[in-house]
Design a protein around this ligand. Structure first.
Ligand code: FES
Ligand SMILES: [Fe+2]
Length: 377
């Protein structure tokens, strides 16, 4: 069994190495095992995900000092918190005593009190009280704070690097920053956030979000009238990201209100981009939709998805309408991806030709990104 698993991984590494040698006119997708193998997922976790910047959510979720939310990433229990000095931190949500979780859900608090034996921590992670422990000679309170992970905020999204060795994220996204700067993500407010789980591989969702080829077919009733497939235009991507412009059908009414900095061209398309490996974003002129992906097994992905708006009003009708639109096309995507995942449990599918660059070049970029990590030259 183990040998089979390592054979599968070897085959996938050599397929990635092979695809690296092909030009984009020969672009093709990966075989089924890439999306179904447990052994390959473990390799991805160790050699890609733990080493990279992973998006956990949005700073709008921790707007005020003391605001926090808990989440999980690759089995790590995490707290994202804004401390009293306004520093956003990613702390381990595991008590330094015997390992219980110290916080649940979300909320606002100056302290995290472990419910097991009531050790309590402030919101920088420092241990501030531990009943009776002063009587224990070996106990050193100053050495028992909650560990803090490396974190970085980019355009309002909170990223964590679990292994602590990744180079700065922002420097890898210079080209993307140039593309999106006039949309002013920093002026957009979080107006909606929800969690979901889909029965598909995390990369299938990344690829689906990032390609415009399916827009007119899968989203005939929802997005086709706004961003038809024929108007998709691939961006020149970078090492840390890929993207395309989803141009608006000229028949569709203008999608204002517009930030005054937006050029005519920018008013007519949504930059769609993926920050490797787990953040995908659709940045419309008036709203931003984003999804942070977390694998929960080869055939399950946990999603934290949200919407930001130029207006700081979650109850606005325009927000409700946009969230409703997102829900509708998410249902359409989910249906396709869950069928796809079942169909990938096959021995017959070995990958197929990808559509031209403007439509599926982003998938080709993503495969190359994975190859850079998993099939070194
Ligand atoms: S495990 Fe947290 S106080 Fe004991
Ligand atoms: Fe879609």
């Amino acid at each position: 069994m183990l040998n089979h698993a390592s054979d599968d991984v070897k085959k996938l590494r050599s397929e990635l190495a092979h695809l690296k040698t092909l030009g984009k006119e020969q672009a093709r997708s990966m075989p089924a095992d890439y999306y179904t193998s447990c052994a390959f997922l473990e390799v991805e976790k160790d050699e890609v995900l733990r080493r990279e910047w992973l998006c956990l959510g949005h700073i709008g979720e921790v707007r005020n000092p003391g605001d926090f939310f808990t989440t999980e990433m690759l089995g790590e229990q995490l707290i994202v918190v804004r401390d009293q000095e306004n520093v956003v931190r990613v702390l381990s949500n595991v008590c330094r005593h015997r390992g219980n979780r110290v916080a649940e859900g979300r909320g606002n608090s100056r302290k995290f009190i472990c419910q097991y034996h009531t050790w309590s921590y402030d919101n920088t992670g420092a241990l501030v009280a531990a009943p009776f422990m002063k009587k224990q000679p070996a106990f050193d309170q100053s050495k028992c704070g909650l560990p803090e992970f490396s974190s970085e905020i980019w355009n309002g999204w909170v990223f964590v690097n679990l292994d602590g060795n990744a180079q700065s994220l922002a420097s890898r996204l210079d080209g993307l920053q140039e593309v999106i700067k006039n949309y002013h993500t920093d002026d957009r407010f979080l107006v909606f956030m929800e969690e979901d789980t889909w029965d598909c591989n995390w990369k299938c969702l990344f690829e689906n979000f990032m390609e415009g080829y399916h827009l007119s077919a899968t989203h005939l009733e929802t997005l086709h009238a706004i961003t038809p497939t024929r108007l998709c235009k691939k961006m020149t991507s970078g090492d840390g990201w890929t993207g395309y412009h989803a141009f608006y059908d000229p028949e569709y009414p203008p999608r204002g209100p517009f930030h005054p900095d937006l050029t005519e061209d920018e008013r007519n398309n949504s930059p769609m981009y993926g920050v490797y490996p787990n953040l995908v974003v659709g940045m419309a002129t008036n709203f931003t939709l984003f999804m942070c992906l977390r694998p929960s097994g080869p055939d399950k992905v946990s999603i934290r998805w949200g919407v930001t708006s130029l207006e700081d009003d979650p109850d606005a009708q325009s927000v409700k309408d946009y969230v409703e639109l997102c829900r509708s096309f998410n249902i359409e995507d989910r249906e396709k991806l869950e069928i796809l995942q079942k169909a990938l449990n096959t021995k017959t599918y070995h990958g197929g030709p990808l559509a031209p660059d403007d439509f599926e070049g982003t998938i080709w970029d993503f495969i190359h990104y994975m190859a850079r990590h998993l099939a070194p030259a």
